[in-house]
Ligand binder design. Structure first.
Ligand SMILES: C[S@@+](CC[C@H](N)C(=O)[O-])C[C@H]1O[C@@H](n2cnc3c(N)ncnc32)[C@H](O)[C@@H]1O
Length: 490
C-alpha cells in the first residue's frame, strides 16, 4: 500500500456531499527507505501522529486504566518510544512497588508506539483518527517478561527497534502483508534495569484485512471483530432504551440486549459518555423507520422489504407485516451471526442475502436469489450506512435501487449533515463522536446538506426529509445534523 497523504475530507462531489472516497484519494509513492531515514519525513510524521500530549490523552481515553495510573508518553523518535509509569498509589501494590502485570501493560503500549513510528503516517486504529482504509490494526500476540528487581520508583519504559530492522518491518507492512514483530522493551528505575519484555505484535493494514471479508471460512479473525463493531454499537444503543420504564420507551426492542451482549452495551456506554445524545438519535431513527414501514405496509397487499446492511437489526422479528417478503442484505459474516441468533424456522418471510456492497449491485443480488419479485412495491432501508460510504459506492447503491423501484416503492435512509463530516458544527459532542468513530477505524465520510441533486440524478423524488430533532420534538442543535430521507419515484 503506498503512503498516502490525502486531504481527509476531500472536496464536494458532483452532488452535494462531502466525502473522501478511498478510490479517488491521491497516493504518493515515496520509497520506504526515504520515509524512514528522511528528517523531513519524520518531522512531518511526528507533527501529524506523535504530539506527545495529544497522543497521551488519546491513550487515556481509549484505555482508561492508563489515565488512572497517570502513565505518560515522554519521547518518540523513529524506532523509539519512551513512556513513564509513575510510582503512585494507583500504580503500586502491597509492597509499594509496581504491580508486575501493570509493567507488562505499559510495555505493550510503549513497544507498540515504537513499532507504529516505522509506519509512516499510518493511523493506528484505536488511538489515531483514520479517515479511510489507510490505517493499521495492531494487536498483541505474545509477551515474555523478566522481572529483575522490585520497581520502587518511577518506571521509565524504553522500546528501541534497531535500525537494521526498520526497512524490513516497514516494507512488510507496506506490501500489505501481515507483520508479526517482537519488540524489546526495557524498564528502569533511574539507571537500574528492573525488567525486560519481549512483546510480539501483529499488525495489518485494513485493505489487506478486507481481502477475504466475503468468505466466512477465510475472513480475518480480527477483521470479523472490526466488522461487527459498528453494528454492535448501534444495537447497544437500542438496548439502552430498554432501561427506561415501559411507559417512557420510544420503542420496544426485546431482542436488543441479547444481540448487543456485553461488548455492544459497553461500546454504547463508552460512546454515550462523550456524546450523550447518541442514544436519542438512534431512538429517533428507530421510531421514524418503524412508523414509516408500518404506514407503507398498511397500503400494500403484497410487498418487499430490502434491508441493506441489516447488522443486528431485529425490526422484522419484533414487528410483523402481513404480505411482506423481507430480504436482509449484509456480508456473510454478519448474516451468519443472524442465523446463529434468530430461529429462522419460525419466520418464512425473512431471507438472508449475502452481499458485498463495495463490489456487488443490490439488484443483481436480489434477482440472483430467484425469489425477489420486482413487480410489487419495495420498501428499501439503508439504516446506519450512508455515512460510511464514499461517492462511488453510494452511486452503486442508488443506481441499483433506482433500477428496481416498482411504482409505489420507497427508499428510506438516514444521513448526517455535511458540517458533521467537515467538523464545523461547533458542537463538542458531535465532534467527539466523529473523532471516536475515526479512532475506531470506522470513519464517517459522507454527509448531505442537499439531497436534491442526488435524488434527481436517479430520477427519484424526496417524499420526506425530517431531522431527528423534529421526530423527538427537541430543538438542541445537534439533533438538526442527523435526519431521515424517504425517496420515491418521480
Ligand atoms: C452501522 S451497521 C448498521 C446495521 C443496521 N442497519 C442497524 O441499523 O442496526 C452497518 C452494517 O453495514 C454492513 N456493511 C458494511 N459494509 C458492508 C459491505 N461492504 N457490504 C455489505 N454490508 C456491509 C455491516 O456489516 C453492518 O451490519
Amino acid at each position: 500500500m503506498p503512503a498516502s497523504s490525502q486531504n481527509p475530507h476531500g472536496g464536494p462531489g458532483d452532488y452535494s456531499a462531502v466525502g473522501s472516497d478511498p478510490d479517488t484519494a491521491r497516493e504518493l509513492y515515496f520509497s520506504t527507505k526515504f520515509l524512514l531515514y528522511s528528517i523531513d519525513a519524520w518531522e512531518h510524521d511526528r507533527d501529524q501522529r506523535f504530539d506527545l500530549t495529544a497522543l497521551t490523552d488519546s491513550f487515556h481515553q481509549s484505555v482508561p486504566v492508563l489515565d488512572f495510573l497517570d502513565w505518560k508518553i515522554t519521547a518518540i523518535e523513529r524506532g523509539y518510544a519512551q513512556t513513564l509509569l509513575p510510582l503512585n498509589p494507583n500504580a503500586s501494590n502491597q509492597y509499594i512497588a509496581h504491580q508486575g502485570a501493570l509493567m507488562l501493560l505499559v510495555a505493550e503500549y510503549t513497544g507498540g508506539i515504537a513499532l507504529a513510528s516505522l509506519l509512516h503516517l499510518v493511523p493506528i486504529i484505536g488511538f489515531m483518527p483514520s479517515v479511510d482504509d489507510n490505517a493499521a490494526y495492531m494487536w498483541g500476540a505474545k509477551a515474555a517478561i523478566r522481572w529483575y528487581a522490585p520497581s520502587c520508583h518511577n518506571l521509565t519504559c524504553k522500546a528501541r527497534i534497531d535500525k537494521p530492522r526498520w526497512e524490513g518491518l516497514a516494507k512488510r507492512f507496506t506490501n500489505s502483508r501481515k507483520l508479526v514483530a517482537t519488540i524489546p522493551v526495557k524498564m528502569f528505575n533511574g539507571d537500574e534495569l528492573v525488567a525486560e519484555v519481549d512483546f510480539t505484535y501483529w499488525v495489518q493494514d485494513v485493505v489487506s484485512m478486507k481481502r477475504h471479508a466475503f468468505d466466512p471460512e477465510r475472513i480475518d479473525l480480527l477483521y470479523k471483530h472490526k466488522t461487527k463493531t459498528t453494528a454492535k454499537l448501534i444495537v447497544g444503543l437500542r438496548a439502552l432504551e430498554q432501561e427506561r420504564s415501559v411507559t417512557e420507551r420510544r420503542f420496544d426492542d426485546p431482542y436488543a440486549f441479547m444481540l448487543a451482549g456485553k461488548q455492544g452495551i459497553t461500546l454504547a456506554r463508552r460512546f454515550s459518555m462523550g456524546t450523550p445524545q447518541l442514544q436519542h438519535l438512534v431512538a429517533a431513527r428507530t421510531q421514524h423507520l418503524d412508523r414509516g414501514v408500518a404506514e407503507f405496509a398498511r397500503e400494500q397487499a403484497r410487498f418487499n422489504i430490502v434491508n441493506i446492511g441489516a447488522g443486528y437489526d431485529s425490526r422484522f422479528w419484533r414487528l410483523k407485516f402481513e404480505g411482506a417478503t423481507i430480504y436482509d442484505l449484509d456480508l456473510p459474516v454478519m448474516l451468519n451471526e443472524r442465523r446463529r441468533i434468530f430461529d429462522y424456522t419460525r419466520d418464512r418471510q425473512i431471507h438472508n442475502l449475502e452481499i458485498d456492497l463495495e463490489t456487488q449491485a443490490i439488484d443483481a443480488v436480489l434477482s440472483a436469489s430467484g425469489r425477489f419479485n420486482p413487480n410489487v412495491p419495495t420498501y428499501f432501508i439503508w439504516e446506519g450506512g450512508s455515512m460510511y460510504f464514499g461517492d462511488r459506492h453510494i452511486d452503486r447503491i442508488f443506481s441499483a435501487v433506482a433500477r428496481i423501484m416498482a411504482p409505489g416503492s420507497r427508499f428510506w435512509f438516514d444521513y448526517v449533515s455535511e458540517a458533521i463530516i467537515a467538523g464545523t458544527t461547533g458542537i463538542r459532542e458531535a465532534e467527539d463522536f466523529i473523532d471516536a468513530m475515526q479512532k475506531l477505524g470506522e470513519p464517517f465520510v459522507t454527509g448531505f446538506s442537499d439531497i436534491g441533486p442526488l435524488a434527481r440524478r436517479y430520477h427519484l423524488e424526496i417524499k420526506e426529509d425530517v431531522s431527528a430533532g423534529s421526530v423527538l420534538g427537541i430543538r438542541e442543535a445537534i439533533y438538526s445534523h442527523y435526519g431521515f430521507f424517504v425517496l420515491g419515484r418521480s
